[in-house]
Design a protein around this ligand. Structure first.
Ligand code: NAP
Ligand code: GLV
Length: 317
């Protein structure tokens, strides 16, 4: 008798958006034989829960699930799960499906082009009823640097290359990406930053990257550079960004992520003419594509095969 049959119906517990939970409850049992999907807080028999999929994990939940095979972040990042709560021996996965990548490529391309074509300047001029054309600069004369050249940063660099921008990337381990000047580690951070026009942050949030977008990094960017943060809000030190923009060292910032989220109504970012905000919408998991990813992960887990999107617990991403 298989362990599945011995211990009841294998269950995936979904914590999060109920519409996605309903879709998964409908789709997943057709992709994965003998699987039931439950929507938190309906645990049923906790001993039957083998797979946990969540954006954030409710306090105390982990200790009530004695027989998990893996936990999965419903997102590319895992910091929001508070991974210290997840037993070190339990495989932790993160979502790695194409919709997350496509959304991020769209968002960063849009943001880079807005900065490249001086959109913050024209917004300010429009508000003041001024007709103030600026000389157009060729994409090839702009240097874009992407911090984090993983699943998302790598795809973003590939897309930006098609416009002819000069490109650099920064990662923890050495990389070779076609058409991209690659830099590695803190030692090479100054060289990476020194001649960028636009800095894009696509790092995971870890103890090493928390607060990295701060005065020391801004000071190493050339005057007039702009910043795009699509990583996590806690990568950025808000007062340092405001000081760098108000001193006219940095020209503008586009921020999809803030700390905290939602951003409080009295935060100076809201009304700043050279800061453009979006409410953490750069990219997100597509529920149907994600169901395929989850099904594949469960089937692989059952067969003892390598799991997709496996997080390196030591590295924290
Ligand atoms: P990933 O595939 O794990 O890639 C992470 C990249 O960051 C890798 O290149 C890694 O270097 C680099 N890195 C990590 N720590 C570093 C350090 N200390 N110094 C230098 N480089 C470092 O992650 P991803 O899928 O591209 O996602 C990146 C992040 O985007 C997520 O963690 C999440 O926070 C954010 N995100 C935001 C949104 C949004 O809507 N705003 C949506 C999805 C994701 P190595 O290549 O050497 O490992
Ligand atoms: C969104 O922020 C994600 O990590 O997928």
């Amino acid at each position: 008798m298989s362990s599945r049959a011995a211990s009841g119906t294998e269950t995936l517990l979904h914590v999060g958006d109920e519409a996605r939970g309903r879709l998964w409850a409908d789709v997943l049992p057709r992709l994965v034989p003998d699987l039931r999907v439950r929507q938190w807080p309906d645990l049923g028999d906790p001993r039957e829960i083998r797979y946990l999929a969540a954006w954030t994990i409710p306090q105390g939940l982990m200790t009530t699930l004695p027989d998990l095979r893996f936990a999965l972040s419903i997102g590319a990042g895992v910091d929001q799960l508070d991974i210290g709560m997840i037993p070190a021996a339990l495989p932790l996965l993160r979502m790695a499906e194409t919709a997350i990548v496509d959304g991020m490529v769209e968002y960063v391309t849009m943001s880079v082009l807005m900065l490249h074509r001086d959109t913050p300047h024209y917004h300010t001029e429009q508000a003041a009823t001024r007709w103030s054309p600026r000389r157009r600069i060729a994409a090839s004369a702009r240097h874009i640097g992407v911090m984090g050249t993983g699943m998302l940063g790598g795809a973003v660099l590939e897309r930006l290359a098609s416009f002819g921008f000069a490109l650099s990337g920064w990662s923890r381990s050495p990389k070779a990406l076609p058409g991209v000047r690659c830099h590695t580690g803190m030692d090479e951070l100054p060289a990476f930053l020194s001649d960028l026009d636009i800095l894009v942050c696509l790092l995971p949030l870890t103890p090493e990257t928390r607060g990295l977008l701060a005065a020391p990094v801004f000071q190493q960017l050339p005057p007039g550079a702009a910043v795009i943060n699509v990583g996590r809000g806690a990568h950025l030190v808000a007062v340092d960004l405001l000081a760098a923009i108000d001193d006219n060292h940095l020209s503008a910032a586009i921020l999809d992520v803030t700390d905290p989220e939602p951003l409080p109504a009295d935060h100076p970012f809201w009304g700043h003419p050279r800061i453009l905000l979006t409410p953490h919408v750069a990219s997100s998991t597509d529920p149907a594509a994600a169901a395929q990813f989850v099904a594949d992960a469960i089937l692989r887990s059952r067969e003892g095969k390598p799991l997709p999107g496996l997080v390196d617990r030591q590295a924290g991403y």
